[in-house]
Every structure is written in C-alpha cells, then in structure tokens.
Design a protein around this ligand. Structure first.
Ligand SMILES: *Cc1c(COP(=O)(O)O)cnc(C)c1O
Length: 390
C-alpha cells in the first residue's frame, strides 16, 4: 500500500521550527502580555522590514486586514471597489463589510490575474479603490495597475494573503500599492498556529488609522479617548511570537516550493494540463499549484483512488456565490470557465521530489487515459492553445 499524499502537509514544517516555537511559547507565558505588547511590536517591525515598508500593523486575520485597509482609506457606503471574480470570498466580504459594493472584473486567461485594462473598463465615478489579489502566489502586473489607479485617482489595495515573499520587479508583494493585506492562516506561506493577519504600508497616516480602528478607536497619545468607532481586530502576542520564529525560514520555504513547481512543470509539459503563465517581472510565492485540466471530476476521482489529494481554489467564482446574488448579474467568461477546470495539486515546502514525481506521473497517465476514453474530453481551451505556456 503506497502512502497517501495530502494537499498540504504542515507537520514537517513545524518539526523544523519546533524548538523555536517551544521557546516562544514559554517567553510569552512568562511575559504576561498576551494581546499587543513587545512580541507583537517585534513581529510588526520584522514583517515591515521583510516587505520593505515602514509600517506594519498586526491584526486578527486576513479578512480583517482588508476590511481595516478599506476603512482606513475612508471607503464605505456608496463606494464601489473593483475586485477580481476569482478570489477567496474574503476579498469580497471585506468590501461588503464596510458597506461598499464589490464590482467584479474578469481575469487574464493565461495568468488568471486581474488586469489594469479590466479595472479601467469597470471604473465609474463611484469607484473608490481596486483590490489586486495576487492569486496562487503570483503578483498582479502592478506597473500597469499603479498607472491606472493613479490616473483614475483611486486607491490600490493588495490582497497578498497568498503571496508572502513574492516579488514584482524585486519588490515584495504588499509593498506595491497604497496598502497591502496579509493573512497568517496556518496553511498560508507564512502561517501562525491559529488566525492572524497584518497590514503593511508606506503611509504613516494609513497605518495609524488601521491601528486605531482595530483597537477600539484608541490613539496612543490619549488612551482614555476613543476617537474613531473601531472594533477589536488585534493580533495575539503568542501568534506574533510564533510568526517571528517562522519568518526567517520563509524565503527558504518559498524556494523549496519553487523547486517543486519546476519539477511539476517538467512532468506536465506537453500534456493537456496547463499551468498559469508567469510574468518575467514576477517571482511567485507558489502558494498553490493550480493547473487547468479537462475532465476535472474524473481526474480528481482517479487521483483520489491513488491516494493523491487535490483541491479546487475556488469552485464557484465570487460573483456567482449565493451571498452576492443581490448584486447585478455579471458574466465573466474567463473566471467562469477557469472555475470548471482548475485543480490544485499537492504542494508544501517539505514535499519530497519523489512525491511530486508520483503525482506528476499519475496525473499524466490518468489524463491520457481519461481524455482517450472520455466524451469530448479534450474540448475547451487546452485544444486551441499551446498545452503548456511555461
Ligand atoms: C486566506 C485569504 C484571505 C483571508 O484570510 P483569513 O486570514 O482567512 O481571514 C483573503 N484573501 C485571500 C486571497 C486569501 O487566500
């Protein structure tokens, strides 16, 4: 019986830093300061430095990071915020939470990322911001998008919850727009041992507003006053301490992901499984390894029978989710077609090359078998374009 291969395996990663996590646990327990305090401040400084910006505010989770970023920018009722259709629902939830309206745009068929031209086309006098989501780990083309945002005079928010450590022209994801939002959910490239998040920005004014809004509207200079109607979105000291232990390993873990993705690419070259195209300006964090395949459900079943777990990120684009059925219906053909074909393959920094080979070989064999037998199996975009573009 061969071993099963999980979609994500965090156990070896945590074994690697186990001593550090134990030490952090003891240090926080001894400090007696569990919300805010020195461990949070230390991680905020480290994360700001890593991202190459002056300010970082630790928050409770990634969804809160986006919501606080929007609020700090003064975005609320009556405003429109342009968002990609294919993102995790949190991007949209944050827009809705501040009372603004998510305006969906379709994505580039090769990268599955939002484009500047789509933002330009979706812009109205009510547009207040666009949220660039660096899906699967690859930064959006931030040159084009920054130019368009500046021209339209709208804010540019990065949802970098899948892109810790990714770069665009050498600059880190999160440092490329007005404000960048991160999640430290355990399975993200940098994950806490629970929920966590952060906002990073070059702008001191935005950082101060995020900090105040996430801490009951307090300001440091006048601790008894609640200047803004805020809420509690603070980062726990224990999570900050754990994150400080893991952060020095992030680049190495991302390098390991990249090596495994290159190995996958070798297996998939020339097959009907298509990987997203990488921009030469981008270094992806490879949060997820997403391929587009024909006959997805048959393929998933065949892989599962071989003990290989797969995922779908995400099966239903946000504009078709019941929660957003009250919005005007849009038809976004690229996102909708991709949602039916995307498949996430096993990937974690400590995955073995042998396991990648097993997944790759099994996928290629099953793909050949299914597309040979299946009804009109090879229809779809894989037929009309080069099978593998990278
Ligand atoms: C994970 C994720 C979030 C939300 O983060 P949470 O910490 O789970 O709230 C937001 N956007 C994207 C693209 C994500 O992948």
């Amino acid at each position: 019986m061969t071993q099963s291969i999980p979609l994500v395996d965090l156990a070896p990663l945590h074994r690697e830093v186990a001593d550090g996590l134990d030490t952090a646990w003891r240090a926080v327990t001894r400090s007696g300061r569990f919300v805010g305090g020195e461990f949070v401040e230390q991680f905020e400084a480290q994360w700001a430095a890593f991202c190459g910006v002056d300010h970082c505010v630790g928050v409770s989770d990634g969804t809160a990071a986006i919501e606080l970023a929007l609020r700090a920018l003064g975005i609320g009722a009556g405003d429109e915020v342009i968002v990609p259709a294919n993102t995790f629902i949190a991007t949209w939830e944050a827009v809705a939470a501040v009372g603004a309206t998510p305006v969906p745009v379709d994505v580039d068929p090769d990268t599955l990322l939002m484009t500047a031209s789509a933002v330009l086309a979706a812009h109205t006098p009510r547009t207040a911001a666009a949220i660039a989501v660096h899906m699967f780990g690859q930064p959006v083309d931030m040159d084009e998008l920054s130019r368009v945002a500046a021209r339209l005079n709208i804010a540019l928010i990065e949802d970098a919850a899948q892109a810790h450590g990714a770069t665009w022209r050498g600059k880190r994801a999160g440092s490329l727009g007005d404000i960048g939002c991160f999640s430290f959910y355990p399975s993200k490239n940098l994950g806490a041992l629970g929920d966590g998040g952060a906002v990073v920005t070059r702008r001191a004014d935005l950082a101060a507003r995020v900090r105040s809004l996430g801490n009951h509207g307090r300001v440091e200079t006048s601790p008894d006053e609640h200047v803004l109607v805020g809420s509690n979105r603070r980062l726990d000291a224990i999570q900050a301490a754990f994150l400080s232990v893991k952060l020095p390993r992030l680049d190495a873990w991302n390098d390991a992901r990249r090596g495994l993705v290159d190995r996958y690419r070798g297996h998939l070259a020339g097959t009907a499984a298509r990987m997203v195209r990488l921009s030469p300006n981008a270094v992806s964090a490879n949060h997820l390894l997403v391929v587009e395949v024909p006959q997805r459900s048959a393929l998933r079943k065949a892989l599962a029978a071989e003990g290989i777990a797969t995922g779908i990120h995400y099966a239903i684009p946000c504009h078709l989710q019941p929660a957003f059925a009250h919005l005007p219906r849009s038809h976004l053909p690229v996102a909708e077609a991709a949602a039916e074909r995307i498949l996430s393959l096993p990937l974690s920094p400590h995955m073995s090359a042998a396991d990648v080979d097993r997944v790759g070989a099994t996928l290629v064999a099953e793909l050949a078998r299914i597309t040979a037998n299946g009804p009109s199996a090879a229809t779809g975009r894989a037929k009309s374009r080069p099978a593998v573009l990278v």
